[in-house]
Design a protein around this ligand. Structure first.
Ligand SMILES: Nc1ncnc2c1ncn2[C@@H]1O[C@H](COP(=O)(O)OP(=O)(O)OP(=O)(O)O)[C@@H](O)[C@H]1O
Ligand SMILES: [Mg+2]
Length: 251
């Protein structure tokens, strides 16, 4: 059963066909990898689905509901959350505060930072529990700006997860981290996703990560979908191997 469906989705920036008539699906309880060379349209597709800007045409259905014109907040409430290609943290706040702020915003509670400390125990308990889930409980009181790059990437995912999504989009969760740090990040992220029965669509350039962790792979090229299949199918897909594999990689 499809959780998310896009139909004929289009977004052009001038002459750039960033997303060009894309039919994209994410199923329930799957870990999907979205691959493609630089400029293929991956982030734009996620921007359209998460509501950062409107498509030129086409439709976005989430759990059967048309959310094409829904606000960002409306989509978050419906269950779509995303992390950003560049992490989106408050560096001067602790890891715990970063997660707690997200929970407050999810609950529609706006608080001045000074009053955070005296706020709702349930929120702090939940924030700590989320850090624990991502193996970051030992960093709870550290400033987000002071933890390692790998931990920052995980914290960014934890923050998106704190929105209680049914579908989590992760834009390059392992970019900028050492090869050694990629495995624990992906182990943690995919185990949270699978144990909570949610879906994740992960934009990723490292093909080892893609093949090791995903159930299905969607490859984009010049704004369009080039291939869609299991890791085995994609490995054998000639269009993908000639256009993408070997050409993707960190910038
Ligand atoms: N806000 C924007 N204004 C103008 N052009 C844009 C904008 N966002 C993206 N583009 C262009 O659309 C195309 C697709 O970009 P996008 O960022 O979606 O690619 P991507 O697949 O995420 O690439 P990368 O792997 O480098 O992150 C590129 O040519 C890019 O320059
Ligand atoms: Mg991108």
């Amino acid at each position: 059963m499809s959780l998310l469906v896009t139909k004929n989705l289009v977004k052009y920036f001038g002459d750039t066909h960033a997303v060009d008539h894309v039919d994209f699906t994410v199923k329930e309880r799957e870990v999907l990898a979205l691959i493609g060379s630089n400029g293929a349209g991956k982030t734009t597709l996620v921007n359209l689905i998460s509501g950062l800007f409107p498509p030129d045409s086409g439709q976005i259905l989430f759990r059967g509901q048309d959310v094409t014109h829904e606000s960002v907040h409306g989509r978050i409430s419906a269950g779509i959350a995303r992390s950003f290609q560049l992490v989106n943290l408050f560096d001067q706040l602790s890891a715990l505060d970063n997660v707690a702020l997200t929970i407050f915003s999810r609950e529609g509670k706006t608080r001045k930072l000074a009053s955070l400390a005296s706020a709702d125990h349930a929120v702090w308990d939940e924030a700590l529990e989320i850090l624990r889930l991502f193996g970051l409980e030992g960093k709870a009181q550290m400033l987000a700006g002071g933890v390692s790059q790998g931990e920052r990437k995980l914290l960014d995912v934890a923050i998106a997860y704190a929105l209680r999504p049914k579908l989590l989009f992760l834009d390059e969760p392992t970019s900028g981290v050492s090869t050694r740090e990629k495995t624990p990040i992906m182990d943690t992220v995919t185990s949270v996703v699978r144990s909570r029965g949610i879906s994740a669509a992960i934009i990723e350039h490292d093909m080892d990560v893609v093949f090791n962790y995903s159930d299905r792979i969607v490859a984009m090229h010049q704004g369009a979908i080039l291939a869609d299949g299991t890791p085995d199918e994609i490995r054998r897909n000639e269009a993908v191997t000639t256009t993408l594999i070997g050409t993707t990689g960190p910038r």
